[in-house]
Design a protein around this ligand. Structure first.
Ligand SMILES: [Zn+2]
Length: 361
């Protein structure tokens, strides 16, 4: 606790010093995926084992805050505490914003923590290359590429403590004002973007019955199509996970409160048909790498899936960069019908409290 405080003071000092000399973000003139792949590798190599309560978690917070200030942002750390296995932990969400003029905002989120060790598995060296260095890498590149002049604001949030029950995102979502909820067009969640036979975009659960909530998923799929990038949505083979909807990550903290768009790589056609089995590749034991230090790492993924880290980070960055532009260009009608009613009544908060403690990918 004391060490955490000290280290964060240094973080703030570092950010302040950096901000004084930070140049405004320039128009990006580098290849798509370059930053995303580089950051995915950096987090894997240098910040493995960044689970709750670890030194590496603190180092990751400092590093990621620094990167965001390098891109011309001023990071805010949102503190939160929680109980896990009978112990109290403190962690932080890292938040930056590029302000627009319309009063509306888009949230883009990714969790930076890795799964903690358990009684049976030491995860102190879990690189989390797929889960979720990849989502953080893509978020950083989208932040770097975002133009300064915007219609709708974009808030980038790196969530803490996802792996122990969507804690950081739950804290953020539960503390949104009704005004902020009303002004949020969509929450885009990036979790586990590499290992998996297919690229996916999903909407939230309400889209299963209210098609209006699926509009951002449909837009992402349409853009993928235009760019000749093969992306799909959950085919709905399992009745517990309706067609076109996603699950099991920070999107659930926002679902029913604001529209959500989930990006993930996996394979919804195999295993329990719940997206937890990622690949038919026989070299991946059990078809999944989640939370396994032996397989969710750079060396294993590069050996079994050569070039996939570069390909997936590039393709997700491309689609989502266009997505942010496209949504920015839309004028936004006030939500009507069930969507308007759901947002006005704040049903999301109710659902969130009910679901708190759920496990994430
Ligand atoms: Zn994850």
């Amino acid at each position: 606790m004391i060490r955490l405080k000290q280290s964060l003071q240094y973080t703030f000092l570092a950010i302040t010093a950096q901000t004084l000399f930070a140049l405004p973000a320039l128009a990006a003139d580098f290849a798509f995926g370059e930053t995303a792949a580089k950051e995915t590798e950096y987090l894997s190599k240098n910040l493995a084992g960044r689970s709750i309560g670890s030194q590496k978690e603190q180092d990751a917070i400092a590093y990621l805050s620094q990167r965001l200030s390098d891109f011309g942002y001023q990071p805010t750390l949102q503190p939160f505490s929680f109980e896990y296995n009978g112990q109290t932990y403190n962690s932080f969400n890292i938040i930056v914003e590029r302000k627009g003029t319309s009063g509306k905002q888009i949230i883009v989120g990714a969790h930076y923590d890795t799964a903690p060790s358990s009684a049976t598995l030491d995860r102190s060296n879990l690189e989390g290359t797929n889960d979720n260095s990849s989502g953080v890498g893509v978020l950083l590149e989208l932040a770097q590429r975002l133009e300064n002049e915007r219609n709708h604001s974009v808030k980038f949030i790196l969530f803490g403590a996802e792996e122990v029950g969507l804690v950081g995102s739950g804290y953020y979502a539960n503390n949104m004002s009704s005004q902020e909820i009303k002004n949020t067009l969509v929450m885009v969640n990036l979790d586990s973007l590499i290992v998996g036979d297919k690229m996916y975009f999903h909407a939230g659960r309400l889209a299963a019955t209210e098609p209006e909530f699926g509009r951002y998923r449909d837009l992402a799929l349409e853009i993928s199509d235009e760019l000749d990038i093969a992306a799909e949505t959950n085919p709905g083979l399992n009745p517990n996970y309706p067609k076109g909807t996603g699950c099991c990550s920070d999107l659930e903290s926002f679902d029913f409160q604001v529209p959500v768009l989930a990006a993930e790589a996996t394979n919804w056609d195999i295993g329990e048909l719940d997206g937890y089995t990622q690949t038919t590749n026989p070299r991946v034991p059990g078809g999944a790498t989640w939370h396994d230090p032996a397989t969710d790492n750079l060396a294993f993924i590069n050996e079994v899936f050569p070039g996939l880290i570069e390909k997936r980070t590039r393709e997700y960055t491309q689609v989502l960069d266009v997505f942010l532009d496209r949504v920015n260009a839309q004028s936004v009608p006030e939500p009507t019908g069930v969507m308007g009613m759901t947002l006005a009544l704040g049903l999301g908060g109710w659902r969130m409290r009910r679901r708190q403690g759920g496990q994430g990918r």
